[in-house]
Structure formats: C-alpha cells, structure tokens
Design a protein around this ligand. Structure first.
Ligand SMILES: [Zn+2]
Ligand SMILES: [Zn+2]
Length: 325
C-alpha cells in the first residue's frame, strides 16, 4: 500500500515491487494517481505541455506538496477546465499500462524536448516546480508499472472527507478514502500537487482481533477528515508525518476523542531532521513511544518490532529518547 506520492513514502513501495523475491497479490494506491495516469503513460508530451502552462499561470511559487495542501484546504480554487470531460474508467488503465511498456517514453526526455518552445518563459522558481512535478509524475508512472508487472491486482482509494468504503473487512479498512472504479479528470498541476498532498494521504485501520490489538496507519495525515476513528485500548498508532509539529491536530483529536483509560503505543519513523518530533509527540509517556531514530542524538537507529500477545503489543525495541541530549 502507498498512501501518497511523497518520496519518503513512495520509494519504499517501489523498492518492494522491484524486488523479485518479494510477492504480493494486491497493491493499493491513491485514486488521485489515476486521474491523469493515461496521459503520463501514453501521451506524455500533451500532459507536459499542459503542465508548463499551468505552472506559468501559477502565481505562487510554492513547492508541489504545499501547493497540494493548499488545493486540499480550498485555499486555492480547483481547476475546472476538464469538468465537462468524462470520468476515467480505471479498468481501461491496464491496457494503457501495457501500451506504455511497449513505447516506454522516458518522461524526463520528453520534458527536455519541450524546453525550447515552452520552458524559457518560466521564472527560476517555476523551473524548480516544473522539475519537481516531472519527478513526481515519473514516480507515479514507475510505481503503477511496477505494480502491473508484478501481476498484482491494483486497487485505487480516493481521499474523501466524509465516506469510506472497500478494503478488506476486519483486516485493513480505509478511514478517509473510498475504493473507486472511475475518477475525475483534473488539471495537470493540480493533479500532481494533490497526489503529493499530506492532507490527502490515506489512513488505514487494522481492527483488533482475538490475537492482537488494533493498528492505526496515519501516513502524513492531519486527521482533519470527518469519519470516526475507532480508538481502542492497546492499539499501535504510527505518529503522523514522523511526529511533525504541523500535525499536532492528530494528537489533539486523539486526546479529545479517546476514553479516559485508553492507552496506546506510538511509533515514529524518521531520518535526520532536527525539527522533529514536535512538542505533541513528547507529551506522550516516553515508555509508550518508539522511534526508528531519535532526535537530536541521531547516532543510533533501530528497526522497531512488535509481536502480538493476545491483548497486548510487546516489543524488545528501545523506547524513545527524543529530546534528551
Ligand atoms: Zn512522510
Ligand atoms: Zn524518539
């Protein structure tokens, strides 16, 4: 499963899919990725032309992720150029994936050849946004093709603030998305920005069973969706956006909604970022949180492993030492 098109999330699934020793029956990907996937696969030059025009008329020199969050929060109006065009039938994407394997256009090459007529008018910060957008499109294409070549069934989950559907009942259930078979066609820049938006990253829940308590997979979400979060005692919660300060709403929602005696374990993965974790993560009792790498002493890193013992998750990993010198 991949939650959104951010390199630290998307490169992981690409590594998995490209490793021939690792197998899977299904790959779950963000539904927004399909909105212009056909164009990226088989008509990249038309897509890139549209992208350059979009970037040129974007007066804010945001990076792609910030742009995505702004679209998501309705701070920026959504593009309605393609409103009248039909919805994309996702079943048809399999033939586009097949066609693209034969043609195998390198999207960087196509972007290079567009340079003359279109790119010269872009300001330096717009050129950076363009390069970021081309890299984002390439990552979406590479993951979709790798999933297709793996022979896996691909399921698409579209972010939704109110409804959720699909997944596998009792095993892995979406909390802020719907499993879809058609998708709306969006403008090129808006598409790539929304695909990267933290706000729209997919959240999933693995309910408790007789063998193990639940797990909440938070991705980089800020938990601003309206669906109920099924908090339960002993659950593991992945610290949203690596415990980033900007995601304090997740913890706020947890504190407001959980019952008084509910306890949980928080897991945080991170690289070398001094700015993380934010103060909210440090409020969690230190024996209840585990990091793959603690800040600001980055010297040691670990795989955090848990095993289920009926009503409890147990771990021999070292509890968090973040904030200690
Ligand atoms: Zn992330
Ligand atoms: Zn830590």
């Amino acid at each position: 499963m991949c939650t959104h098109n951010d390199a630290d999330h998307a490169n992981g699934i690409l590594g998995f899919l490209k490793n021939e020793e690792l197998l899977c029956d299904e790959v779950w990907l963000p539904g927004i990725w399909t909105s212009r996937l056909k164009d990226i696969l088989v008509k990249p030059s038309i897509f890139i032309h549209e992208l350059v025009l979009d970037i040129d008329s974007n007066h804010l020199a945001y990076d792609l992720a910030t742009l995505g969050d702004s679209y998501s929060d309705n701070e920026l109006p959504l593009d309605n150029r393609n409103e009248s065009e039909e919805y994309v039938q996702l079943e048809e994407l399999y033939s586009d994936l097949e066609a693209s394997l034969e043609k195998n256009y390198d999207i960087h090459d196509v972007a290079q050849f567009h340079r003359g007529p279109y790119l010269w008018g872009l300001s330096p910060s717009h050129i950076e946004l363009f390069v970021e957008a081309i890299n984002a499109a390439k990552l979406i294409k590479d993951i979709a093709i790798a999933a297709f070549q793996k022979g896996a069934n691909i399921k698409w989950f579209e972010y939704d603030e109110y409804q959720c559907s699909g997944g596998i009942d009792g095993i892995l259930e979406p909390l802020n998305s719907k499993e879809i078979s058609t998708v709306k066609k969006r403008g090129a820049l808006e598409y790539l920005a929304l695909a990267m938006a933290n706000r729209q990253s997919l959240v999933f829940h693995s309910p408790s069973s007789s063998n193990a308590p639940a797990i909440l997979f938070s991705a980089d979400s800020n938990f601003e969706f309206k669906q109920t979060i099924p908090w339960s005692n002993g659950m593991i919660i992945t610290a949203s956006h690596h415990g980033s300060k900007s995601n304090s709403n997740c913890y706020l929602r947890y504190e407001n909604e959980r019952s008084e005696h509910l306890n949980s374990i928080w897991i945080r993965s991170d690289g070398r970022f001094r700015s993380r974790p934010g103060p909210w993560y440090l409020k969690i009792q230190s024996t209840q949180r585990y990091c793959t790498r603690c800040s600001p002493d980055f010297k040691s890193s670990q795989n955090v492993e848990f095993t289920a013992n009926k009503s409890e998750w147990q771990s021999s990993s070292i509890a968090c030492t973040c904030g200690q010198k």
